[in-house]
Design a protein around this ligand. Structure first.
Ligand code: BGC
Length: 418
């Protein structure tokens, strides 16, 4: 890292006084859920960039990984007729707000800066609604990573698992050695992140597409889905006894400090690794979640632009233009752990995990294996997603059989689609 902790601190102090001054000609109010250490550090890159353009920042943080709490607050703000200038949104949310007619139009800034040519098609599918750009994509995250504490694996003579059988064998060995195999926080979105990985790892990309994205009843009720819940049951035995309700970054901390051997989590975990001065790909290994090499689950954080007053529009446009600049996309994503939402940013400055992500996404897109993550708002509508979360979490925290879970899943999804 080019910045030492002291210079980071100084930069933050300088920035805070800058936004506090009356010199800012315009201001954006932004609702987001980036409150963990690595997330806040990445957000500072954006705040500083805007400050340098004389755009002030009014912060509206709503803590809670995955953004559930932020989504509830956002709904209340919009219902009260007081939307922020922009809000962090996952793909389906962006689509749903656009369909409600709540969003403005960023097309002029998009055209001026050729977004259509540099943003991957899978991301544009969410960013463009009815021919209009309604949000600016900040990044592309990959939720199907397995993070491994290299020192622990070496000490135990283990190699990174590539299948769920190998994962279970490694986890058994760690458990015998008194190490928590899986760092996990028992929150519905984290359970669902793991579930997405298991569905993809056991069923493969075509099965994931059918069962999750198409919500096909036969796929949801299949033997493959029974096997998925069998593996979820194994995983529920590999977490520590205090897992319930734990925030994701605290689970990542367990991995970093050697309390746990592995974590199944999106690459926002890399933001925490970097902040702990550890090296992604060396101290903490990154491999595709078991059985998912060649496939890429993705989610993008968009800044959805609300239909604001004329006087707030210039600042909103400036925010969108800044987010999409090549320089910003590199600087931000180096800190956030994701890869740029533009295809023309060189991989050179990214670490080994970032470079792998950049290669893997191209391969997956070529093989029809680039798929929206259900857990992170790109695989299903919010009502079907909620139904899936409920069943997955209920199963994880009870002794429900795999067969019963599959039946509950079908019923819940069917009624959410009505
Ligand atoms: C977002 C990430 C965020 C993570 C944990 C995901 O849904 O896309 O930006 O870091 O949740 O809060």
């Amino acid at each position: 890292m080019a910045f030492t902790k002291t210079s980071k601190l100084l930069a933050t102090v300088a920035f805070t006084s800058a936004i506090g001054s009356a010199a800012m000609a315009q201001e954006v109010e932004v609702l987001h859920w980036w409150t963990a250490g690595g997330e806040a550090a990445a957000l500072n890159v954006l705040k500083e960039d805007l400050a340098s353009k004389n755009v002030g920042w009014q912060d509206m943080p709503v803590a809670g990984g995955g953004g559930e709490a932020a989504s509830t607050t956002l709904k209340a703000r919009v219902a009260a007729g007081n939307p922020p200038t922009a809000a962090q949104m996952l793909g389906m949310q962006l689509r749903e707000w656009a369909n409600e007619g709540a969003l403005g139009d960023l097309s002029s800034v998009a055209e001026e800066n050729n977004w259509a040519e540099v943003v991957p098609a899978a991301v544009q599918e969410f960013a463009v609604n009815d021919g209009k750009w309604v949000g600016a994509p900040v990044n592309i995250h990959r939720p199907n990573w397995l993070w491994i504490n290299a020192e622990i694996f070496e000490a135990q003579g283990l190699t990174p698992p590539t299948t769920w059988e190998e994962f279970n064998a490694a986890a058994d060995k760690l458990q015998e050695a008194g190490i928590t195999p899986l760092a996990h926080g028992g929150q519905p979105w984290q359970d669902a992140t793991v579930f997405d990985d298991v569905v993809l790892g056991i069923g493969g990309p075509d099965f994931y597409r059918k069962a999750i994205i198409e919500a096909d009843m036969d796929a949801l009720g299949s033997d493959t889905m029974v096997q998925v819940f069998d593996q979820m049951r194994k995983l529920s035995g590999y977490v520590d006894e205090n897992f319930s309700g734990r925030d994701w970054n605290l689970a990542t901390a367990m991995l970093l400090n050697g309390e746990a051997g592995m974590q199944l989590m999106g690459d926002w975990a890399k933001g925490e690794i970097i902040r702990a001065d550890m090296v992604p790909g060396e101290d903490i290994l990154c491999v595709a979640a078991p059985g998912t090499e060649g496939s890429y689950l993705f989610n993008t954080d968009f800044f959805g632009a609300f239909d604001v007053s004329e006087e707030s529009k210039p600042a909103q446009m400036e925010l969108a233009a800044s987010i999409m600049s090549k320089e910003f996309q590199e600087a931000f994503n180096l800190v956030k752990g994701s890869i740029p939402a533009r295809t023309d940013v060189a991989p050179d400055n990214f670490d080994a995990c970032g470079q792998k992500a950049m290669e893997d996404i191209v391969e997956a897109a070529d093989n029809n294996a680039l798929l929206g993550s259900m857990a992170h708002g790109h695989g299903q509508t919010s009502s079907v997603q909620r139904a899936m979360f409920d069943v997955v979490t209920e199963h994880f925290n009870s002794d429900m059989s795999s067969q019963d879970a599959v039946e509950e899943l079908q019923i819940a999804v069917e009624s959410a689609m009505l």
